[in-house]
Design a protein around this ligand. Structure first.
Ligand SMILES: [Zn+2]
Length: 141
């Protein structure tokens, strides 16, 4: 099955390839003002410097909000017949991102729960970084 993929360009290529090849999330660090950002941009959203450097995320974060989506917006997802857990996660590195929570225990996701980068996820199916519940995240309520 062919899943939708993000459009790769000169700005996001390194981030997309790091995830695809190594299960790594690259965040942009501004060498001018030290802002840490995600998603990849040409210039820093804080100071407009173009001196942005990719560095790997430590991989841990906290769920800010989530939603369980029962009806896929794309045919590829509808054919799976499964729900998707969409979440806003604040990484411990700083930036917040919209991502999917994956894993058989994803129905135990909770606001404030701890998650970690799912480095071993099927990266053909998930072309952007996804998270799974961290052991401590399962106890949050
Ligand atoms: Zn900056």
């Amino acid at each position: 099955m062919e899943f939708p993929k993000p459009t790769e360009d000169a700005v996001n290529r390194e981030m997309l390839q790091a995830w695809h090849a190594h299960g790594e999330l690259l965040l942009q660090h501004c060498t001018q003002c030290a802002a840490v950002t995600y998603y990849p941009r040409r210039i820093c959203p804080s100071c407009w410097s173009s001196r942005m450097e990719n560095r790997p995320s430590a991989g841990e974060g906290t769920v800010i909000s989530f939603s369980v989506v029962h009806r896929g917006v794309d045919e590829a997802f509808r054919q799976l017949g499964t729900t998707v857990t969409l979440a806003s996660v604040r990484t411990d590195d700083g930036p917040q991102l919209i991502t999917l929570i994956v894993g058989d225990d994803r129905d135990q996701v909770a606001i404030g729960g701890r998650v970690r980068l799912a480095r071993d996820a099927d990266r053909e199916r998930y072309p952007l970084p996804v998270y799974s519940l961290a052991p401590s995240g399962k106890d949050a309520s």
